[in-house]
Design a protein around this ligand. Sequence first.
Ligand code: PLP
Length: 344
Amino acid sequence: MIDFYSDTTTRPGRAMREAVLTAEVGDEQRGLDPSTNALQARVAELLGHEAALFLPSGTMCNEIALRVHCTPGDEVICEQTSHIVNFESGGPAALSGVMIRTVEGDRGRFDAAAVAAAIRPPSRYFPASRLLCLEQTANLGGGAVWPLEQMQAVVAAARNAGLAAHMDGARLLNACAATGIAAATYGGLFDSCWIDFSKGLGAPVGAVLAGPATFIEAAWRFKQQWGGALRQSGVLAAMCLYALDHNVDRLAEDNALAAHIGQGIGELPLVAGVLPVDSNIVIFDIAPEGPTAAALAEALAAEGILICEFGERRVRVVTHLDVDGADGDRLVDALSAHLGTPWP
Ligand SMILES: *Cc1c(COP(=O)(O)O)cnc(C)c1O
């Protein structure tokens, strides 16, 4: 199978698995796993923060951050298409007792005026605006990359009103590959941020949340309480360390392949539009005369190519280290067979 479904489908290769054989391990809950400690130190530095915490998933990074920054009854400002709003099973309500106030952005990005409009004045009648969250890159925005100045402006708008700011950096390093801006330059703007290792970095499990030492100390408490504390997690951290050493620079190839695929798809007659391709995600819409996204995904799967149905006529394609240029050409060829002429 050629898998463009998601960059989460990457499988650890032989060299990454071999890195586990020599990894030093210990009891992570007691801070005694050397590989996990090394990973946390590297990510803290990478993201421009004092400390970091290894967690099983990016979702847990977001949910723990919300819990640390907020108290029940607080309000969190998120873009309406964000992962926190759509794919975390109502975690903010269930785990932190917070309200979410959504703003409508452009491909997941919004401006300082939208933040200012969403912040409530202090009042005992209102939920207390406490936290601003944003995604770099914005997944449902088609991997949209926030320009640095726009990010600085929205964080400043939040800070001026006394809010904290959190960045969901699941694919932050794809943004860095696209812009050439250091991860710490983005990450250092925020009170907390994280990167995922199980997406484009190609590790099987893991995400690392970074922030000030006091924030990470508080995050540890919820990691323990919610059952996320681990034991010999060095077997996982070793693969994440391998990913930092070998799979970061190559993210530029994923971005370039996505741009190439997006261009090819944009030329197909039955494609109504392709979102601008900023990083490693291509989102396109099928014209009304064409097949539904479900029918298209089924037809391609029968030909050995996986894509993601993202709506009635919306499709997402994601590039990653397990697909190459030849796979990209096969994808566009296969799509052109189905989107080249009106669906019968
Ligand atoms: C994948 C993703 C997450 C969640 O990460 P997991 O490691 O799958 O839990 C959060 N935010 C964004 C933007 C994502 O793409």
